[in-house]
Design a protein around this ligand. Structure first.
Ligand SMILES: Nc1ncnc2c1ncn2[C@@H]1O[C@H](COP(=O)(O)OP(=O)(O)OP(=O)(O)O)[C@@H](O)[C@H]1O
Length: 597
């Protein structure tokens, strides 16, 4: 029932948070300004009585008689002026309160909208990394860029509903006090209008979900056009991509039209029904002999009530129309079905003995039918040494990096760090011990200096030293803006080899206990690579280095080598013991190597 009444109620309540305590103030201001309006309208009764020459009209009852008695004893002219001044004062006061309420609701809306955006970004940073391996980036982009705004709009609508609802309650109370029979008639009419409205509004949920899902597809297409601009041109796929984009965009248009045309039918329908009710009240009041000033005051009250009722009904249909958006935002904010971030609180400071993979078995999450990527893999990475992890493409090398960084966790077996299970170690502290330079880690859209010092409070001099070690200083110096050069989106204004060297400098500037290079220099020229290898060799004994590469030259400085084949550890040996073997021979020949799993 609650779900039917307000889809995404949890999102709205969560977003309002501490602002919930301001909602009573919104209600009180709404009630007070409506009460002032109602009182002003009530004063029409004595005013009309004076104008109609029947200033002391008798026979009125209830609140009408109370209004009629105001200013009794004064002369007609003086009484008219006093009442007019009172009406004006009430109108001024009512509008001051209404303005105060607008400020208050705008403040709450701003805070709640910010809370939604902040909660979304918090969630994206908090949930476990496997989530990003499974989810469509288009869907996530759509939630952040579109649906979160609709959720904010829903909050504004709820706030304005509170204001309109308060006003409607007070105006209905005035109507009741004037004539309960006519009010009963009005109330029945309003219930009928509301039922008709609710029936139509309920049909908005389906179209709303369509709009949301087509928007996700369109966002995915937009991302594709931005990311794959080069690929599309090289393969001459502009026309095909244009058609695919247009069809996604047209699907959004059609779904939007279906939703908005249904929503658009609601205001005219409501207006017609309200007008019919309005006229029926006048005719029936006249036929049961209600006095002229009371009919006028009643009709004016009814007239003032109508926009509030219409606004309430429109809010209802708008929230139904946004239900797809609210459901998407709620889905992303719901942690219960998302991978958890890695846990653990054992402290860690550097690597002293080494890391051990102890019969680690792993398959990527998503489906049980996915093949095992690591089969009971066992090997060791000793502290202060450089270990090469090699194997044919798809053997599971990067997966080992993902496990070490705790992006994913083993399904079976353990990874031990100085004898402590990695799963028990504080993940934030652990990641501070590691720096990764990989072909997949992109640059951020900023200057070269910002990229090198990303996440690190390094001085420009330290950044320059790291750039020298990574063989990046030479080309950076030749750029017109040097270290202040903007690298563009994902480093688009640099060559692949330049990007890799900046990424390597970024890893080196941290001087990590464990440096992981995953195909980190495969686009770098031979001379630069040789110099980088010398840099890495100089870390030997002091720091631990893990190198993944298909190139013999890149792993030449390593002490140990671990060979992977189809997710199994074929063997582990000192590189010096297998120095005569080529990479292909290393991949294939497991004889003579120790370790394994
Ligand atoms: N995010 C993922 N989801 C599902 N399967 C994945 C994912 N990443 C990798 N795999 C699969 O895991 C296996 C090992 O991949 P991994 O990237 O570890 O190989 P690799 O040895 O690093 O290969 P390469 O030398 O080509 O980089 C592959 O079969 C791959 O298809």
């Amino acid at each position: 029932m609650r779900r039917f009444l307000l889809p995404g109620l949890e999102v709205l309540r969560g977003a309002l948070g501490r602002q919930m305590r301001l909602l009573p103030a919104v209600v009180i201001l709404g009630l007070a300004s409506a009460a002032l309006e109602g009182a002003g309208i009530g004063l029409i009764i004595p005013m009309l009585g004076i104008i109609a020459g029947d200033g002391q009209a008798n026979g009125l009852s209830g609140i009408s008689a109370y209004f009629q008695a105001i200013g009794e004893g004064l002369g007609d002219g003086e009484r008219l002026l006093v009442i007019a001044a009172a009406v004006l004062a009430l109108i001024v006061l009512k509008n001051i309160l209404a303005f105060a309420n607008t400020l208050l609701t705008t403040f709450i809306y701003g805070k709640a909208s910010h809370a939604i955006r902040s909660a979304l970004s918090d969630q994206l940073l908090r949930i476990g990394y496997p989530f990003f391996m499974q989810q469509s980036p288009g869907r996530l982009l759509n939630i952040i860029s579109n649906e979160s705004w609709r959720a904010s709009d829903a909050i504004q609508t709820v706030l304005s509903s509170i204001v309109h609802g308060s006003a409607a309650v007070i105006l209905l109370a005035f109507l009741l006090l004037m004539s309960w029979q006519m009010t009963l008639f009005v109330a029945l009419g309003l219930v009928f209008v509301q039922l008709a409205h609710a029936a139509l509004s309920a049909t908005l949920k389906g179209p709303s979900r369509h709009v949301t899902s087509f928007n996700s597809e369109l966002a995915a297409r937009m991302l594709h056009l931005v990311h794959a601009g080069r690929l599309i041109r090289v393969f001459g796929q502009e026309t095909r991509e244009k058609n695919a984009f247009d069809s996604a965009s047209d699907a959004v248009r059609r779904a939007g039209f279906a939703l908005q045309s249904r929503q658009g039918a609601l205001p005219p329908l409501t207006e017609v029904l309200h007008s019919a009710l309005f006229l029926a009240v006048v005719v029936s009041a006249w036929s049961i002999g209600v006095s002229f000033p009371v009919i006028v005051a009643f009709v004016v009250l009814l007239y003032r009530l109508q926009p509030h009722m219409r606004a309430l009904q429109m809010s209802w249909s708008q929230i139904q129309g946004w239900s797809g958006s609210l459901e998407e935002v709620r889905w992303l904010l719901d942690s219960s079905d998302k991978p958890k971030a890695p846990q653990g609180n054992a402290p860690v400071d550097g690597l002293h003995q080494g890391m051990t993979f102890d019969r680690v078995t792993f398959r990527y999450p998503g489906s049980e039918v996915r093949p095992l990527v690591l089969h009971s893999a066992s090997f060791e990475i000793r502290s202060g040494r450089s270990t090469a992890i090699i194997g044919r493409s798809g053997a599971g090398k990067t997966t080992i990096v993902n496990l070490l960084c705790r992006f994913v966790e083993p399904d079976e077996g353990r990874i031990l760090v100085d004898g402590v299970p990695l799963g028990q170690i504080n993940p934030v502290q652990w990641r501070r011990q590691i720096a990764v330079a990989s072909q997949d880690l992109e640059l951020v859209d900023g200057t070269i200096l910002e990229n090198i010092t990303y996440g690190q409070s390094a001085t420009p001099a330290e950044a320059e030293r790291a750039a020298k070690l990574a063989e990046a200083h030479g080309f950076i110096e030749q750029l017109p803006q040097g270290y202040e050069t903007l690298v563009g989106y994902r480093g688009a204004s640099l060559s692949a080899g330049q990007r890799q060297r900046i990424a390597l400098a970024r890893a080196l500037v941290r001087d990590p206990a464990i440096l992981i290079l995953d195909e980190a220099t495969n686009a770098v020229d031979g001379l630069s690579e040789a110099a980088i290898v010398e840099t890495l060799r100089s870390r030997a004994g002091r720091r631990t280095t893990i190198v993944i590469s298909h190139h013999r030259s890149t792993i030449s400085f390593c002490d140990d080598v671990v060979v992977l084949g189809s997710g199994r550890v074929k063997g582990q040996a000192a590189l010096a013991d297998v120095a005569s073997l080529s990479m292909d021979q290393l991949y294939e020949h497991e004889t003579g190597m120790g370790g394994g799993g």
